[in-house]
Design a protein around this ligand. Structure first.
Ligand code: DX5
Ligand code: ZN
Length: 242
């Protein structure tokens, strides 16, 4: 077999491998679901990849949602991996509780944690993915030196606290810098974006390099949540650049 053909086969298989690993994931946020019909609303998103659960404490953000007892029930009734987004003070104290309850991943905020590396290692030791979240005014560069401690970095594309806010496209430069760093170092860290993601903005975040898209109002505000998920996925897959 000629050398050129060998090289091109190996490039194809590497490319195939990378595409398989870096698939887009859609994570509907139940913040926009009907809290009196949570089980019904969880069933409505069975074509999603994750279910995103926003835990807020009235202190880190000016809103209050739900905590451990409800997350425990969600983990019991859904077949989807549960992605807990902690918008609370002192995640160093509380994050492991959510891992213990069955969360597949737990995100905690740069602006709230005291010892992110210790906490990430603790979560990973418990079999839970560790994710670091940054707000719009926070830079991503301080994470670069500890990037391999995390499975996912969450770039907020709204100020955290509420669903239905306008997408901040000024966060895309941050997503691009993070994607470049992940690619340069050959890591498989995922980039999650959260806030204002919809079929209209999905291509923007995916083109910048995000591969986990959280969407609350765009999914639960739609007449058919499953169709909204498919639509966001289609738009993102068409634009994604790893
Ligand atoms: C906001 C939450 C989001 C929220 C997103 O602080 O972290 O997960 O549900 O809602 P949408 O998709 O409506 O912007
Ligand atoms: Zn969230």
């Amino acid at each position: 077999m000629p050398m050129t053909s060998l090289i091109s086969d190996s490039v194809k298989s590497l490319t195939f491998h990378r595409i398989r690993v870096m698939t887009i994931q859609i994570a509907p946020s139940i913040l926009s679901a009907d809290f009196c019909n949570l089980e019904r609303d969880l069933k409505a998103i069975s074509n999603a990849d994750l279910v995103h659960v926003d835990v807020m404490d009235h202190h880190f953000v000016p809103n209050l949602t739900l905590g451990e007892p409800i997350v425990a029930r969600i983990c019991q009734v859904t077949d989807l991996p549960v992605d807990v987004h902690l918008m609370i003070e002192d995640p160093d104290r509380w994050a492991p509780e959510y891992a213990r309850l069955g969360a597949a991943s737990v995100s905690f905020h740069m602006g709230a944690t005291h010892a992110p590396v210790r906490l990430a290692r603790q979560l990973r030791d418990m079999g839970c993915k560790a994710c670091f979240a940054v707000r719009p005014a926070e830079p991503v560069e301080p994470i670069f030196d500890i990037l391999d401690e995390f499975d996912m970095i969450l770039i907020m594309t709204v100020e955290p606290g509420f669903g239905g806010q306008k997408f901040l496209d000024n966060q895309m430069a941050k997503v691009r810098r993070l994607r470049d760093e992940i690619t340069r170092r050959g890591l498989d860290t995922r980039i999650q974006v959260d806030g204002g993601v919809s079929p209209k903005t999905a291509h923007i975040v995916a083109e910048a390099g995000a591969d986990v898209l959280v969407a609350g109002s765009a999914v639960y505000g739609a007449e058919n949540p499953a169709e909204a998920i498919d639509s966001i996925r289609d738009k993102a897959e068409a634009a994604f650049k790893a």
